[in-house]
Design a protein around this ligand. Structure first.
Ligand code: SF4
Length: 375
């Protein structure tokens, strides 16, 4: 039996323009599609079994706040019709500092949004320019007091290991972001993804990735500074002030069920994983002509579910106990992944103590390379 999904993700695929490093499901500069998108979303919501009680809502992108004020208002209305946020709910909206104003923020606040995840990435002018971001540091400084006055929780996304960035420059960037007093931080190193403009520039030798040792030193410097100043490093890339963890993302990391809507969105309900068409225009065409937007659908076998759940749980620094794994999956952890588990413990990448498995500091640095061996 699967517990009912009490979390929902809505993907808003619009951005002002595409940043150089981005390969997400995004269309840049197509405001004429906004209305059709809202109609498609309404159709998708009609497939729900009725208004769904949820503990978390997450509106991500893309740039949800790229929608015009009246469109944002319509999106909130659709969400409030399709979902019933339960007492103590968390409702996050991703936003970018450019194009954000009081009117849009008031709409979100009045609709019940209580958490904003702001795509800051950096406060250094040269770095923002290199990343081809549409905003500049003064936009962030202008917008933060407006967020503070309206939302319970403000999260900032930061990127490190950008070509040409030194350890000292990254440390200064991090300190500047922390000085803004956010409630939550997500810190990623830059990756060169196939399909992004940066990927092509890398192949042509126009961009040089920072050295691996520098990237590791940057991540470790961030972890050390944040740990020393009372931040809760609770997931590989995520840090929270007390009571400010992303509860919605914890649903994914705990391997629980969730709804998802919009182009490219993946949902996991009743043991089925479904992914919508990634192309926004295909998604719109299909939904608005009465067809299903689903491009891929698979029922996860219990063993595959258990393996995935393990990997997601290990991303959380608290790790997972053998007892919990057995209770959640009906399987013995050591029967399923005993060989890679022992290997990584011997290499010092995982800790196996008091029946609980968790990442070590060394494991945190290379965790992405470990997961395929568990799947
Ligand atoms: S704002 Fe975010 S989603 Fe949009 S193009 Fe830039 S990185 Fe991609």
């Amino acid at each position: 039996m699967f517990a009912p999904a009490r979390a929902a993700y809505i993907h808003v695929p619009f951005c002002l323009r595409r940043c150089g490093y981005c390969n997400f499901t995004v269309v840049a500069g197509r405001p004429e599609l906004h209305q059709a998108y809202l109609q498609a979303l309404e159709r998708e919501f009609q497939t729900l079994p009725g208004p769904v009680p949820v503990d978390t809502l997450y509106v991500g992108g893309g740039t949800p706040t790229q929608l015009r004020a009246r469109e944002l208002s319509e999106l909130c209305r659709l969400l409030r019709t399709a979902f019933i946020p339960q007492s103590g709910y968390e409702w996050t909206v991703e936003a970018n500092p450019d194009g954000l104003d009081r009117v849009k923020l008031d709409i979100l606040c009045e609709a019940g949004v209580n958490r904003i995840s702001l795509g800051v990435q950096s406060l250094q002018p040269g770095k923002l320019q290199l990343l081809e971001r549409a905003h500049r540091a003064p936009d962030v400084l202008r917008i933060l007091p407006l967020l503070r006055a309206r939302f319970r929780s403000v999260s900032l996304d930061l990127i490190c290991a950008v070509p040409g960035e030194s350890l000292a420059a990254w440390q200064a960037d991090l300190l500047a972001a922390v000085a803004l007093d956010p409630d939550h931080l997500s810190i990623y190193s830059l990756t060169f993804e196939k399909g992004s403009l940066f990927w092509g520039r890398l192949q042509r030798g126009q961009l040089q990735p920072v050295a691996e040792e520098t990237e590791r030193a940057m991540l470790e410097a961030a972890w050390d500074h944040l740990a020393a100043t009372g931040w809760d490093h609770y997931e590989v890339s995520n840090f929270a002030r007390p009571a400010h963890r992303s509860r919605h993302n914890e649903v994914y990391w705990r391997g629980e069920s969730y709804w998802a809507f919009g182009p490219g969105a993946t949902r996991y309900v009743d043991g089925w994983r479904e992914t919508n068409h990634r192309s926004t225009t295909t998604y719109l065409r299909r939904v608005l002509s009465g067809q299903s937007p689903v491009a891929e659908r698979e029922k996860l076998a219990p063993v595959d579910r258990a393996r995935e759940m393990l990997v997601f749980r290990l991303r959380m620094l608290e790790g997972i106990s053998r007892v919990e794994f057995r209770q959640r999956t009906g399987l013995e952890l050591d029967d399923l992944v005993g060989v890679p588990l022992r290997k990584f413990v011997d290499l010092g990448l995982l800790q196996d103590q008091h029946g609980c498995i968790r990442l070590t500091r060394a494991g945190l640095l290379v965790s992405d390379a470990m997961w395929p061996e568990f799947l």
